[in-house]
Ligand binder design. Structure first.
Ligand SMILES: [Zn+2]
Length: 440
């Protein structure tokens, strides 16, 4: 079992599923032997909201949502046919999400004995046409024991979480139920292999820092490899070399990627349009919540330096807890029930209720997006049902069990008020005034 089977984070749904974890009944805290596993998944959430690559995933998805909502909301009494027809460029409506998924790569895990990098990592660039523009993506490849592996965003995110998990293990006494060391070599230990290949002497904190700073540049996998190459044969220490490492990122990241400030400027134009959209008030509020997270992360970095997140994480368990309180996991899913909770640290004054509510609305927009963008009937089976049907706290109020179970998009037909987060998403997308028709 690997950590990501034991406990999972759903990107864009801001949800950590904790069925296997144990919590102390008295404190509500996760027990010590599950602590580092929880931190691994929480860190995926931090990557989503606090690094430019994670934020880009949300932005590109919302861009597709905005385009799709133009089709689903513009008229009244229409039938919207699924699968959706192509756009004016002959491209699918979910193309920006697809672009991001290409950049992300597939999730694969491999156990490799005596793993070693056996050739110089290779960075090429590939381009594709989208929306009438040419887009370029880095294509990074590695050889481990002479076998080729794609090194895309997801691999970098995982190896970064591996260090988060390892460092968190050092904060508790009990032996972890799923130790970081037991994880497969690919992708989790690829960082270790690369640091070794480049002959860089350093501890896990430095590896954690360099991989996290890479995630905060738009061409992350290529930037990671280039920064490592630039430190070839050097010895780095967390206590003395943070400033040196930050400087190297300024140099390498700016020659390999656009500046984050330019990207933020681009995004904010769109976010402003979406946030002040009178017709989609619930979604607008949720986007506002997400943008507030981006701004908070950016403010920390501006005031405290690029390495703020990792420095605080690596300080001690108290400062890690403080960081958690600024970016708490908004949704926990335990045995089919969605809940919001602080879980670690309950003596705080932060309103987790709002985090939970806003994230829930985005979560259900993502579910609806996945339904609207299905490719085939098989894909539909799982998406047609609400995923919390069995234990749904809203079911009595909604009182439409049949629709929730077989055709959840029908829930808002003839209803002027949305009674649950999924229904809010349906309303936002105009599916109370227009009907979804599945045509395969
Ligand atoms: Zn993971």
């Amino acid at each position: 079992m690997t950590n990501d089977d034991y406990i999972t984070y759903e990107p864009l749904a801001f949800t950590v599923t904790v069925d296997n974890l144990e919590f102390d009944d008295n404190t509500g805290f996760v027990i010590q032997s599950d602590f580092a596993s929880l931190i691994h998944e929480w860190w995926h959430y931090v990557q989503d909201v606090a690094t430019v690559t994670g934020q880009n995933g949300v932005y590109l998805w919302l861009r597709d949502m905005a385009r799709i909502s133009k089709i689903t909301c513009s008229k009244v009494g229409e039938e919207i046919h699924i699968p959706l027809s192509k756009d004016e460029y002959g491209e699918p409506m979910s193309k920006f999400r697809k672009l991001f998924m290409l950049f992300c790569g597939e999730k694969e895990e491999h156990r490799i004995e005596q793993a070693k990098i056996t050739a110089e990592p290779d960075i090429k660039v590939f381009s594709l046409g989208l929306d009438g523009e040419k887009r370029t993506l880095p294509d990074c490849r590695l050889q481990i024991n002479s076998k080729e592996f794609l090194f895309r965003l997801i691999a970098l995110q995982e190896l970064n979480c591996y260090y988060a998990q390892k460092i968190a293990e050092g904060y508790v006494q009990d032996k972890p139920k799923v130790p970081a060391d037991s994880l497969p070599e690919f992708p989790y230990k690829v960082g270790d292999l690369l640091f070794k290949y480049y002959g860089i002497e350093c501890d896990d904190k430095v590896k954690f820092l360099i991989s996290f700073l890479s995630l905060d540049s738009i061409q992350a996998p290529a930037v990671f490899l280039k920064v490592l190459e630039s430190f070839k044969g050097q010895e780095l220490s967390f206590d003395n070399d943070i400033a040196l490492i930050e400087k190297q990122f300024d140099k390498v990241a700016t020659s390999y990627a656009w500046s984050n400030d330019d990207i933020y400027k681009e995004w904010m134009k769109d976010y402003n349009n979406w946030m002040f959209d009178q017709g989609r008030q619930y979604l607008a509020k949720s986007i506002e919540w997400f943008v507030a997270k981006i701004i908070l992360a950016d403010a920390f970095r501006n005031f405290e330096g690029k390495s703020f997140f990792v420095r605080v994480f690596c300080g001690n368990i108290k400062s890690l807890n403080q960081l958690y309180l600024s970016f708490p996991i908004p949704i926990f899913k335990k045995n089919g029930v969605l809940m919001g909770s602080s879980m670690i640290g309950n003596n705080n004054t932060i309103d987790f209720g709002n985090e939970h509510e806003q994230a829930l609305i985005l979560r259900y927009h993502k579910r609806l997006f996945d339904l609207i963008c299905i490719k085939d009937i098989k894909d539909m089976e799982d998406k047609a049902t609400c995923d919390i049907f069995e234990d749904c706290p809203y079911r009595v109020k909604v009182n439409k069990d049949y629709d929730c179970k077989v055709a959840v998009w029908e829930v808002v037909q003839g209803e002027t008020k949305a009674q649950c987060p999924y229904a809010i998403a349906l309303h936002t997308m105009g599916l109370w005034q227009n009907r979804l028709v599945v045509d395969f």
